[in-house]
Design a binder for this molecule. Structure first.
Ligand code: DC
Length: 223
């Protein structure tokens, strides 16, 4: 029996930071599902396949062999980890992620991974769709203002000149798109544990989630 941990939540809530640490702590494979939607978008853009041409996007997606090596995403043998974070991909990914047929292909891939490995997955539909039967589901939130502040500080530290208000507006816009799209919108599963990290440190969140996982491992005697 494999352990699968689901972490959902809006953009900037700290999902990937938390998932990474938990993955190392419990020796789980970290699957960042947003990266998979980004990889499809990158390949579609490279091949001039528009998101409205669903058939071609599907054919392209089916031709991609994706796997994770640590924190890197390898697609058809190429490490695309850096490139999928560029602005062009970021600005286009929600269009490709909204295609039901693409979601079906990627959800199946994600479920296959969870049937082969102990995993922690983060995304938007993990607790509601991909790992809906997992007993370890978390919904990580933080206020839009707190998420904007964190992103602002991160970018300033990197030397990028940004306006706090622009970041806040982008976050509010992305929340709306992610929560209101027709297929698999961002939604807390009714049996997910909600953690509002607005006033918690990373260590506080790690400790909370770790307690649930340890409790589960103890009860089920897995690992
Ligand atoms: O988490 P991220 O910003 O890297 O996600 C990129 C895009 O993919 C974003 O528009 C939300 C979408 N996404 C999704 O629809 N379902 C997921 N499971 C993960 C991400």
């Amino acid at each position: 029996m494999y352990i699968s941990v689901a972490i959902d939540g809006p953009a900037g809530a700290g999902k990937s930071t938390i998932a990474n640490i938990i993955a190392n702590k419990f020796d789980l494979m970290y699957i960042n599902t947003g990266s998979m939607y980004r990889a499809v978008t990158l390949m579609a853009l490279r091949n001039n396949v528009d998101f409205t041409d669903v058939k071609s996007v599907c054919n392209l997606t089916k031709s991609l062999e994706m796997h994770f090596e640590g924190n890197s995403l390898i697609v058809n043998g190429e490490d695309v980890t850096e490139e999928i974070r560029n602005t062009t991909v970021s600005n286009n990914v929600s269009n490709y992620a909204a295609i039901p047929e693409i979601r079906e292909i990627l959800v199946k891939l994600q479920q296959d991974m969870s049937n082969k490995y102990n995993v922690i997955m983060d995304g938007r539909d993990i607790g509601t769709v991909v790992l809906k039967n997992s007993p370890l589901k978390f919904f990580l939130t933080a206020s839009p203002e707190e998420r904007a502040k964190r992103r602002y500080e991160e970018l300033i530290e990197k030397g990028t000149s940004v306006e706090y208000n622009n970041i806040l507006n982008d976050i509010i816009k992305r929340d709306y798109i992610d929560s209101n799209r027709a297929v698999n919108p961002l939604k807390k599963a009714c049996d997910s544990i909600e953690i509002d990290s607005s006033k918690l440190s990373i260590n506080d969140v790690i400790e909370l989630i770790s307690n649930y996982i340890e409790d589960y491992i103890r009860k089920c005697n897995v690992n």
